[in-house]
Ligand binder design. Structure first.
Ligand code: GTP
Length: 240
């Protein structure tokens, strides 16, 4: 399947159900399989709203979204779930063991698959240092992880599926530069298409395409080098 990992937005406008204002306004882009896309923009710009349309948490109000070359309207949810790994802004972990949390959504995951994904997400050693390792209970009746640890566990959970498309919605914000860079190096090996919301210039630099979002629109797009040349706004972000 040649288009495995391709994502296309075709004149997508979106308002949340029951709301009158559009939060996305005529968004179009085409991402080729395996590309890394960094999404930048101020709070409330619409970054999460764009990304939520890819795993079909919502449907566009106007326009169409294509994943792996297929209009999302024609894709079965079960099928879509296998293609996309999505880590939302707030990590969703539940009271249960580390292992149960990792396998959530892929109940047939083996321990060795979990460990490989945890290693890639730079969380394996943290887990093995816990009292009961992968069997350690999290949440109310167990231990609490830090924000960055939760994020890495969520990334590991998404990697276990070996998705064609990985969406990290600010899911590496609590990681230091070096750890984030190790996680991204590991993700490179998956050859998946990656969408990453980030504030970090080092992450934007790695991207094949940077999209600068403001008020529901893509206001600039290009590589780091291109935008450094052409975009005053991007330069401001880069030097801030
Ligand atoms: P940050 O996450 O703060 O960096 O912002 P963002 O760029 O991801 O923006 P987001 O897509 O979350 O929000 C865009 C607009 O949609 C804002 O005006 C939000 O208030 C609004 N919005 C976001 N989520 C919802 C929702 O679930 N329901 C409704 N009605 N509005 C929402």
């Amino acid at each position: 399947e040649q288009l495995k990992g391709a994502v296309t937005f075709e004149h997508v406008s979106f308002r949340y159900p029951g709301m009158s204002t559009y939060v996305l306004k005529d968004i179009s882009f085409h991402i080729r399989p395996g590309e890394t896309v960094a999404i930048l923009g101020s709070t409330g710009a619409g970054k999460s709203s764009i990304l939520q349309l890819i795993p079909r948490l919502y449907d566009p109000t106007e326009g169409a979204v294509y994943v792996d070359g297929m209009n999302l309207k024609d894709v079965k949810m079960d099928d879509l779930r296998k293609r996309i790994g999505f880590t939302p802004q707030e990590s969703i972990l539940f009271s249960g063991t580390v292992e149960e949390n990792l396998a959530w959504g892929k109940s047939d995951a083996t321990l060795s698959e979990m460990k490989a994904a945890a290693q890639d997400a730079q969380i394996h050693e943290t887990i093995t240092d816990l009292k009961d390792g992968y069997e350690t209970k999290l949440g109310q009746k167990g231990i609490n992880l830090s924000g960055g640890q939760k994020q890495r566990l969520s990334v590991a959970r998404a990697l276990i599926r070996k998705p064609n498309i990985l969406i990290l919605d600010d899911s590496t914000s609590a990681l230091d530069l070096q750890t984030e860079s190790k996680v991204l190096d590991a993700i490179d090996k998956y050859k998946c298409t990656l969408f990453i919301v980030t504030q970090k210039l080092s992450t934007a630099k790695r991207a094949d395409k940077i999209m600068l979002i403001d008020d529901g629109k893509i206001i600039e797009e290009g590589t780091h080098d291109q935008l450094m040349n052409t975009s005053t706004l991007y330069r401001e972000i880069a030097y801030s």
